[in-house]
Design a protein around this ligand. Sequence first.
Ligand SMILES: [Zn+2]
Length: 258
Amino acid sequence: MKKVVFTIDLEEFDTPLDHGIKIDLEEQLKVSTEGMLRLKDFFDTNKIPATIFCTGQYAIRNKQLMKDLAACHEIGSHTMYHGSFDPKIDLVKSREVLSKITGQQILGFRMPRMANVQARDILEAGFAYSASINPTFIPGRYNNLNKPKFPFREDGLLQIPATVSPLIRFPLFWLSFKNLPLCLYQIFANNSLNYYETINLYFHPWEFADLSSYEKIPKFIRKISGKDLLLKLSNFTDWLRTKNVIFTTFEKVYLNYD
Ligand SMILES: [Zn+2]
């Protein structure tokens, strides 16, 4: 049976800072929550479980929402803060903070911006897997064309790469979903489902907030947001159902939890 894992990076909405736009922490959290509530409603209605990587900072400020999400979804770590990272402190601290708030054992880790973190550090901090590799080439960010496309072990840590198309390694990540016509994205998704059996896709809650007022953010990031993006996601999941896929979480697919 083919499987799809939706992964969500629940973080402070700090994208404007990358583009020289001031935004305070309160607003960053507010925008993310607006989108997360919209996504949660969609997942609840459609009975879709997801793997949600959350920053410790966001979880501390939104404890009840995290408890509610943990009832239906797998919670993983997206470090303590989206904008700064100390591997000696933030890996363990984020795991402990998230575990305490949600009551879940926190097994998964994803590094903000898919940046490189030593596998050994992640394992030693108590995580079972990392989903922080996008095995493709993103100009200005990373070149992972030499990394495996399928899950693999590195220094004992399970590495689960983001899904890229089988041949040209076209990334099926959030920017592709937003910018490609859905029919074209579905061709890549279909090829990937046939090749891998299990695919994973990643989004951010803030994409599902209304971003129309953030005019200085480049269009390829905010071109479709809020309800319009959710409608596209809804059409996509309807199409996935015609392929008889199971929606599931990393924990269930790769760690034999049920
Ligand atoms: Zn992130």
